[in-house]
Design a protein around this ligand. Sequence first.
Ligand code: DX5
Ligand code: ZN
Length: 212
Amino acid sequence: MLVAPSLLSCDFADIKNEIKTVSSADMLHLDVMDGHFVPNISIGIPVVQSIRKATDMILDCHLMISDPEKYIPQFAKAGADIITFHVEAVEDCGKVIDMITELGVKPSISVKPNTPAEELFPYLDKLYMVLVMTVEPGFGGQKMIPQCLEKVKILKEEISRRSLNVLVQADGGINDETLEKTVESGVDVAVLGSAVFAQKDRNSYIEKIQKM
Ligand code: DX5
Ligand code: ZN
């Protein structure tokens, strides 16, 4: 399984060193919140730009924002490698995917816990990744809604049925208690925020999960 630590749980005043403590990960997950699409505010474009200067790791930007198409060019310019937007936040997903691809960034779409996985089916052949939220987006450290992992299975089945090559990512509440069922769901990329940053030796913890 690939591991994407979410910097939402890091010490933002010491971000350069915090990134080094998770350098064995496959990508860095950056949670962008606007206080409108979700009831919380986190980081934005200037922080992504600074992180880009601090590391060569893959930057996986999870946009929990309304009207993502307004800001996607700036996130691309700031150095995002993957941009995930929410299906619930846009009118025309196809148009937004094309925009991301044309900017030379890998496109991905996310579904909130109450949105069916099937809403992503029409776009699978144009996507690099899909993100299944396993908590309501907005906050780190929440308890997983385990039923959401069913959507991982549904998406994995559809992707393999159509012989596509799309990664399935799960995000929210993944920790020692829920890791086993997360692996069982067949997910390709696990996002972990609080569980990773609570560790003394974060890199070994990540390496342990990569072997699962
Ligand atoms: C929630 C974010 C997640 C979250 C993960 O809105 O998208 O990335 O921070 O954190 P944990 O692993 O603590 O649930
Ligand atoms: Zn996230």
